[in-house]
Design a binder for this molecule. Structure first.
Ligand code: MN
Length: 436
C-alpha cells in the first residue's frame, strides 16, 4: 500500500509544495475541478500542488500523460471527475504515479511550467463530480448518543445502532462547493410550548462536521459489494458540512427521518484526497467495548478490523462579522478524530449495497457528524450548546447558541504521522447570507 509516491523525502519543483504547513505536498495529489476566473473556459480536472493547480487538460493536450492508457488520458481531459472515478482504483493509481513523477524536482527542465500551473487565487473551484446520489450516515456513536440524549433523555441510543450503519438519503442537487453562501431556510417549526407549528425562517441553524467519500467504480443493480472489496469502490475523501435546521428537524423527523431540515444545502471541500494518498494514515477500526455485539458477518472482515479506520483530524472554526471587522482569526469550536467512528467506510459502503442497491461513480456518501467523547470534540452546535441551553462565548464577547446571519463556518482536516509527510484536505467554507 505504501510506495514511492508516499516517500517523505520527495520534493517538488513547485516550491510552495515543499513548505512545511501546506495541505498539498507532492505526497497528497488530490483531484478537483476548476476553471480560470473570468476566462469563460469549461470546467477542467486539476490536481492541487502547494498553492497551485496542475491543469490536467493541458497535461493531456501537451502529451505529458502519453504513457498512460488512452481512456485514462481522455478522463483527464473531461469536465468532471466522473470518468476517472468510473475507471476504478488501478487507473487512478497509475495516474497518481505519473503525476508524482511529473511534479518531482528532477524533472523541472522538461516542463512548460507556467502554462500547466494555475495559481489557486486565479481559479474558481467547482464541484469535483456530477453527484447523482448522496447518502449521509450516522457513524459516530458519540454523536448519536449526544443527540439522542437531547431528544430522548431516557432512551438515547436506539437498539439498532450497534447493528445497522444508520443513514438517510440526502439531496444531491443542493450540494455546493466551498465558498458558496448559504441561505437560511424557511420551514415549519413547532416549539414544545406552542400548540401548533408556524412557517418562517429557521432560528436554530447549525453545521455538522463530516467526512465524505466518493464512489469510484460502481456496482450493478442487484449485485452487493462484499466488505472485502468495498475499498476498491472508493475513489477518495473530502470534507462535508451538512447544514441542519434543528427546529425544522425536531418537528419533521418522525417517523421517516430528516427531510427539509437538511436538503436546503450541503457544502463540500473542492479537493478529493484519494484513499491511496491516505494509506500511511490507516488504523484499526473502532475497538468496540466488550459488551457490544460483533458486527454481523457481512459487515466484518479481518482487514477491516485491522486497517479499516483512517486517522484524520477534523476541526470546525467560526468567524463572525465582528471578528472579521476586528481582523481576528477564526475561533476553533471543535477538534475530533475520524479514528473514533463506530463504522468504517467499508462497512458503510458494503451495507449500502447489501440489499442490491447500485452505487454509481461520483455518488457521495458521508460519515455523519464526527464527534468524540472528550470535551471540545463535538461536531455540531446542537451538541456543544446542549440545544442552545449553554451558549458558547467567543473572543469578541459575542455568544452563540446557533448560527447567526453572516457567520462563516470553516471545516479543516489533516493527517499527521511520524515518518510521513503531513497532508491536508484544504478548507470547506460557507457563510450564512444575511436575510434581506
Ligand atoms: Mn449529517
Amino acid at each position: 500500500m505504501i510506495d514511492a509516491t508516499h516517500d517523505p523525502n520527495l520534493r517538488s519543483w513547485v516550491e510552495s509544495a515543499n513548505q512545511k504547513d501546506t495541505d498539498f505536498p507532492i505526497q497528497n495529489l488530490p483531484f478537483g475541478v476548476f476553471r480560470r476566473k473570468n476566462s469563460g473556459e469549461s470546467p477542467r480536472v486539476g490536481v492541487a500542488i502547494g498553492d497551485r493547480i496542475l491543469d490536467l487538460t493541458l497535461c493531456y493536450q501537451t502529451r505529458l500523460l502519453e504513457k498512460l492508457p488512452e481512456q485514462l488520458q481522455a478522463a483527464c481531459g473531461a469536465s468532471n471527475l466522473n470518468p476517472l472515478m468510473a475507471m476504478g482504483r488501478e487507473a487512478s493509481s497509475a495516474l497518481r504515479h505519473r503525476l508524482s513523477e511529473l511534479l518531482r524536482y528532477d524533472e523541472q527542465k522538461s516542463l512548460p511550467e507556467r502554462e500547466i500551473l494555475v495559481s489557486m487565487p486565479d481559479a474558481e473551484l467547482l464541484l469535483p463530480a456530477e453527484i447523482g446520489d448522496y447518502t449521509d450516515f450516522y457513524a459516530s456513536i458519540f454523536h448519536a448518543t449526544n443527540v439522542g440524549k437531547l431528544f430522548r433523555p431516557d432512551n438515547p441510543l436506539l437498539p439498532n445502532y450497534k447493528y445497522v450503519p444508520i443513514a438517510y438519503h440526502g439531496r444531491a442537487s443542493s450540494i455546493v462547493p466551498s465558498g458558496t453562501s448559504i441561505k437560511r431556510p424557511q420551514g415549519q417549526r413547532k416549539p414544545p410550548n406552542e400548540p401548533i407549528p408556524t412557517f418562517g425562517y429557521s432560528k436554530l441553524l447549525d453545521y455538522e462536521m463530516e467526512v465524505g467519500f466518493f464512489v469510484g467504480a460502481g456496482n450493478r443493480l442487484g449485485r452487493p459489494i462484499a466488505i472485502e472489496d468495498a475499498e476498491k469502490h472508493i475513489f477518495g475523501l473530502c470534507l462535508v458540512n451538512d447544514w441542519s435546521a434543528r427546529d425544522i428537524q425536531a418537528w419533521e423527523y418522525q417517523p421517516l427521518g430528516p427531510f427539509l431540515a437538511k436538503s436546503f444545502a450541503t457544502t463540500i471541500s473542492p479537493w478529493v484526497v484519494t484513499l491511496e494518498a491516505l494509506a500511511p494514515f490507516r488504523c484499526p477500526a473502532f475497538s468496540r467495548p466488550q459488551e457490544d455485539p460483533a458486527p454481523l458477518p457481512y459487515l466484518s472482515s479481518s482487514l477491516n478490523t485491522q486497517l479499516g479506520g483512517i486517522d484524520i483530524t477534523v476541526e470546525v472554526w467560526l468567524r463572525t462579522a465582528a471578528m472579521r471587522e476586528a481582523q481576528m482569526e477564526p475561533f476553533r469550536l471543535s477538534r475530533a478524530s475520524f479514528e473514533q467512528m463506530y463504522w468504517t467506510l467499508a462497512q458503510m459502503l458494503a451495507h449500502h449495497t447489501s440489499n442490491g442497491c447500485n452505487l454509481r461513480p461520483g455518488d457521495l456518501l458521508a460519515s455523519g457528524t464526527v464527534s468524540g467523547a472528550e470535551k471540545g470534540s463535538q461536531g455540531s452546535l446542537l451538541e456543544i450548546t446542549q440545544r442552545g441551553a449553554r451558549p458558547i462565548k467567543l473572543p469578541t464577547g459575542e455568544e452563540r447558541s446557533f448560527l447567526s446571519d453572516t457567520d462563516e463556518v470553516i471545516l479543516r482536516g489533516y493527517c499527521h504521522k511520524e515518518g510521513f509527510a503531513k497532508i491536508g484536505f484544504g478548507e470547506c467554507r460557507g457563510a450564512i447570507a444575511s436575510v434581506e
